[in-house]
Ligand binder design. Structure first.
Ligand code: B12
Ligand code: SF4
Length: 514
């Protein structure tokens, strides 16, 4: 096989930015797979350049001229940017491939703009691309391993690609690690609800932790496991065998059901500083928060107590909620979340508007069958800028009214003050204040208020939200253009539109074909 010049782009940002938070944090959100693919391509004998795009780089200058093959890793919110980049690199003669959450959720759409669209990706899937490396146009080839890979190169092997990315992070430097894939729980909206849980090699993890101690005085590790600690004793044994207690700071996403007091004691002893459990809803998904059939205010009390207990062991906790689930009705779910904000004032609540990411979860088929999915451009599908599922029990005005009320309550100066008093340590306090007053808190109050206002005053809004027209309101088109900056000019024709029911159609085709 000829030696290929390969470019790999990890899109952490969906367009150019100058925001301070992005400057400080974006490089810490780098994904693992682009680094993994870089290692695999080098092992196959090719030349690799990896760029983690944090919103500050010039991607054309940062990749060598005449790249033969460009892999792009993208979330759905960065799909339009990815399509524009693919167009640009194709115009210079490169073959392009896309992987990551967007490719897994919207493969049919991505295939219109890329030569290869990768689903589950293991080394042999990458080898297939490298060996073929040719144009597949107008419709790209879809390649996917049958299951998640059973092994991934660890930090030591990825270090060559991690180090330059972390150089872009001026203050906090977080190393991405992963100990497991999939999840044993079945939260209906989640991409992992049907992916079996599978731990990765504990020996690699131990080796990586020791390696990191040779690189930093006190490393900071962000676990990318969908649900950290499912095999709690095994992963904690591995950490304890590898490094002295409390010598590395760790951050992890873990469900409340795994965060019992004995587990928290052990996590604290080993340096865990921040946890991000999902609460999601007061009426649904009881298994995950260990509240079983308990619902409503009773669940609020139980979960608040649990969260306060976690805060006595951890300096930082973010609690995630999904707004607009079908189980929710009326003002009550929002009022209950406000009571949670009162009862657990130290937690930072993260809110996501219910979003159906293409074929991420089987539940999305139900929304598509009920014709409830809106064709909002991918650019806005980040759980906040747009909600692409028509709520079951709310009108849009009602829903946005409740969201604005809740978000304003959560990021009010009163709540910010209570949060500061309930947090210990400078970093958690600083983080929570900055997040509340930045685009995440104040910014979202302003944005949702604008959407609510336009539902009444902008004649293009309501017909689009009610699915009477697919003509996107100018407000969103102009915003997308602004967010993409100069790459807007490279966006291929039609790339702002997609079929919101492509998943359902693909299932129907499968069921009628012989
Ligand atoms: C860890 C994680 C994060 C981390 C790290 C992000 C990162 N850059 O990787 C943090 C906390 C920063 C994060 C942030 C966000 N996240 Co997140 N996150 C996850 C999580 C829990 C695990 C993803 C992971 O790393 N898995 C391990 C890897 C090895 O497996 P995998 O993702 O399945 O990838 C496989 C294939 O897709 C492929 N692959 C993956 N990447 C690439 C790249 C290339 C080039 C190729 C060829 C192949 C390939 O190979 C893998 C092995 O088969 C998932 C949920 C989940 N359970 O998957 C959500 C998830 C990916 N996040 C999601 C979202 C929406 C977000 C946010 C927009 C949330 C927000 N509102 O801010 C931000 C966006 C951040 C950004 N733009 O970078 C959605 C994405 C949906 C979508 N289609 O876009 C998910 C699926 C959760 C959900 N809602 O269902 N997230
Ligand atoms: S516990 Fe988390 S990762 Fe697991 S299925 Fe539920 S939402 Fe997904």
């Amino acid at each position: 096989m000829r030696k290929l010049r390969i470019g790999i782009i990890d899109l952490v940002s969906k367009g150019p930015t100058r925001a301070l938070f992005a400057r400080v944090m974006n490089a810490n959100f780098a994904a693992i797979m682009p680094q993994v693919i870089a290692v695999w391509c080098e092992q196959e004998g090719h030349d690799v350049t990896l760029v983690c795009y944090t919103g500050f780089e010039n991607l054309v200058n940062d990749l060598p001229d005449n790249v033969d093959l460009v892999f792009i890793g993208a979330f759905t919110e960065a799909a339009q940017l990815a399509y524009a980049l693919s167009n640009l690199f194709r115009s210079r003669g490169a073959v392009t491939a896309i992987g990551g959450p967007h490719a897994r959720c919207y493969p049919q759409d991505a295939a219109k703009y890329f030569d290869y669209v990768l689903g589950f990706t293991d080394k042999s899937a990458i080898r297939d691309v490298l060996q073929d490396c040719s144009e597949h146009r107008p419709v790209g080839t879809r390649i996917a391993a049958r299951q998640q890979p059973t092994a991934l190169p660890g930090v030591r092997e990825r270090w060559k690609f991690i180090e330059p990315t972390l150089k872009k992070a001026p203050l906090i430097k977080m190393v991405p690690m992963i100990g497991s894939l999939g999840c044993p729980y079945t939260c209906s909206f989640c991409i992992d609800s049907v992916i079996p849980y599978q731990p990765l090699d504990f020996e690699v993890i131990k080796e990586d932790l020791r390696f990191l101690l040779s690189k930093f005085k006190r490393p900071l590790v962000g676990w990318h496991d969908p649900n950290f600690g499912v095999r709690f004793n095994d992963i904690m044994d591995a950490i304890e065998e590898a490094v002295p207690p409390d010598s590395i700071d760790f951050i992890a996403e873990s469900s409340l059901s795994l965060l019992s007091e004995p587990h928290l004691k052990r996590l604290q002893k080993n340096g865990f500083k921040a946890l991000l459990p999902g609460i999601e809803s007061w009426y649904d998904l009881g298994d995950k928060s260990k509240t079983g059939k308990i619902k409503g205010m009773e669940k609020v009390r139980q979960v608040s107590e649990h969260v306060n207990m976690i805060l006595s062991y951890m300096p930082y906790i973010q609690t995630n909620f999904v707004l607009g689930l079908d189980a929710d009705e009326g003002a009550e779910p929002f009022e209950l979340t406000k009571r949670f904000v009162d009862l657990a004032p130290g937690a930072f609540p993260g809110y996501s508007l219910l979003s159906a990411f293409g074929q991420a979860a089987p539940l999305n088929l139900e929304y598509q069958r009920e014709d409830r999915v809106l064709p909002f451009p991918f650019q806005f599908l980040n759980n906040n800028q747009a909600m692409n599922v028509k709520p079951k029990n709310y009108s849009w005005s009602e829903f946005y009214g409740h969201v604005i009320d809740l978000v304003s309550y959560t990021y009010s100066w009163r709540a910010i003050g209570k949060r500061v008093r309930a947090n210990k340590g400078m970093i958690p306090r600083w983080m929570n204040v900055v997040r509340a007053v930045s685009s995440e808190g104040f910014g979202r109050i302003k944005y949702h208020t604008e959407v609510r206002r336009r539902l009444d005053s902008d004649r293009q809004f309501r017909p689009y939200f009610e699915r009477e027209t697919i003509k996107l309101p100018d407000f969103y088109m102009n915003l997308a253009q602004k967010e993409l900056g100069s790459l807007w000019n490279w966006l291929p024709a039609g790339a702002m539109d997609h079929d919101p029911n492509a998943y359902l159609k693909s299932i129907n085709v499968q069921s009628v074909s012989p």
